[in-house]
Design a binder for this molecule. Structure first.
Ligand code: SAM
Length: 433
């Protein structure tokens, strides 16, 4: 099947089926062996979702009458066609002809005239269309309206920058496994493979690859020399003040990026327990640790119910990397723009508060809990920690002083794109004696 038709099906699985883009791509790339075709399907899927709200507004202007619900695949094909014409450096006639052919591949030969008319209309009226849709913030910033409003409230000076960062392509960032090599040696290895890369600021083991490559092309990846991890996520292990002999709990651990980093940072820890409620994702922790030559106690458990797995243990360090809106990583996961709904935020905030409350008793006096999210919303971040501190008189915030991010009423926030990092939030709390 034609790559554009496959991309339309991937998009339809996300838009109508509400599947994640990752899951939709696993299905969409099955049986596609050709590397260039795979790359095109991915580019069309990511790009059309990244610009969805803008492309959708254009499509509304270009259609004479709405498409039927059963033609949602065709609608997605049209969005991918508009993406090619507005955002890809492709000869327009190739974009139009191939997209028309894709309608046949979707068994919608009746729609070839329609696809042709919509795409040619876009070519003819591009400047006018862009002016027409600019009145709608969702179309202008290519984000859902409810999120734009929340960002405006939470970040009155930065909301536009956050939205623009959400539309960028993310860098491929790596974490060098310090138990096996150094950043300088790994950079030399990349150079030998003609992969352009540079050190990232703020963390001693982070590297940015200038032009993303598949992990299979990274030297020593299978042997555990390196992992893919954003530089912001690499700040968590340093904030935990790890020392030999400590017992560490990583309470929401899958796929294990931070668990592995904790183990790489301090091999002398007394124990590391990594738990996750999602059994499928738990297998990823095991696979990652095995690849990196690391070991932890990996448990399938609900962090909100410590009675069922904790056996009275206490942990001097707890990392609580909570499930969150992921509004700080939209540039990596543009499907979040469509999949996340306003009502999700309230239930996420409640789950996060429940996790904080359930894990706090596992911390001994003077122990530290590091709360992290990849969100930029105050309800999940500074307000969440503010209300936790109010309700827990034995919790004291340990202010984070750092060269990165910005201080909030509580905790510290990195906004997406800052120093090539994802949007991330950190708050450290100590238990008072
Ligand atoms: C942000 S991700 C964690 C990312 C991970 N720390 C890393 O660095 O690779 C949040 C994780 O929390 C898990 N989770 C959600 N609710 C949980 C619960 N009640 N108990 C344990 N894990 C939970 C999810 O399955 C998900 O894997």
């Amino acid at each position: 099947m034609n790559a554009r038709a496959r991309a339309a099906q991937v998009l339809d699985r996300v838009v109508s089926g509400r599947r994640s883009l990752n899951d939709a791509l696993v299905v969409g790339l099955q049986e596609v062996a050709d590397a260039r075709e795979r790359a095109l399907i991915q580019e069309l899927s990511y790009g059309s979702l990244r610009w969805y709200y803008q492309l959708e507004a254009m499509l509304q202007c270009l259609l004479n009458k709405p498409l039927k619900k059963r033609d949602s695949d065709l609608r997605c094909l049209l969005l991918a066609g508009l993406y090619q014409l507005t955002r890809m450096a492709l000869p327009p006639h190739v974009a139009v002809n191939e997209t028309v052919q894709a309608a046949r591949a979707l068994d919608k030969a009746w729609a070839t005239g329609l696809v042709n008319a919509v795409l040619r209309g876009c070519q003819r009226r591009k400047a006018q269309l862009e002016a027409d849709i600019a009145a709608s913030p969702a179309a202008l910033y290519a984000h859902p309206g409810w999120l734009i409003e929340r960002l405006e409230q939470d970040w009155p000076n930065d909301w536009k920058t956050i939205l623009q960062a959400g539309n960028q392509r993310p860098p491929l960032s790596l974490r060098v496994n310090r138990q096996q090599t150094t950043r300088a040696d790994y950079l030399a290895l990349l150079q030998r493979e003609a992969i352009k890369a540079a050190p990232l600021a703020h963390t001693p083991h982070a590297i940015k690859v200038e032009e993303p490559v598949p992990v299979s092309a990274l030297p020593g990846f299978d042997a555990g020399l390196v992992s893919v991890q954003d530089a912001a996520a690499q700040l968590a292990a340093g904030l935990l003040e790890l020392e030999p002999g400590l017992h560490v709990l990583d309470a929401c651990a899958a796929p294990g990026g931070k668990t592995a980093h904790i183990l790489e940072t301090e091999p002398g820890l007394a124990s590391v327990t990594a738990i996750d409620v999602d059994e499928r994702r738990l297998r990823l922790i095991e696979a990652n640790l095995a690849r990196l030559g690391l070991a932890a106690r990996v448990l399938h458990a609900d962090a909100a119910e410590p009675g069922s797995w904790c056996d009275g243990h206490s942990y001097e360090r707890i990392l609580l990397d909570v499930p969150c809106s992921a509004t700080g990583v939209i540039r990596r996961h543009p499907d979040i723009k469509l999949l996340r709904r306003p009502a999700d935020i309230g239930s996420l905030v409640a789950r996060q508060a429940q996790l904080l409350g359930a894990l706090w008793p596992l911390l001994p006096a003077n122990g530290m809990l590091l709360y992290t999210t990849c969100s930029v919303l105050a309800d999940e971040n500074e307000r969440q920690i503010g209300s936790f501190l109010e309700d827990h008189p034995d919790a004291v915030e340990q202010k984070i002083t750092a060269s990165w991010g910005r201080r909030c009423a509580h905790g510290r926030q990195i906004l997406p794109g800052e120093d090539d990092m994802d949007g991330f939030y950190f708050a450290c709390m100590r238990k008072q004696l």
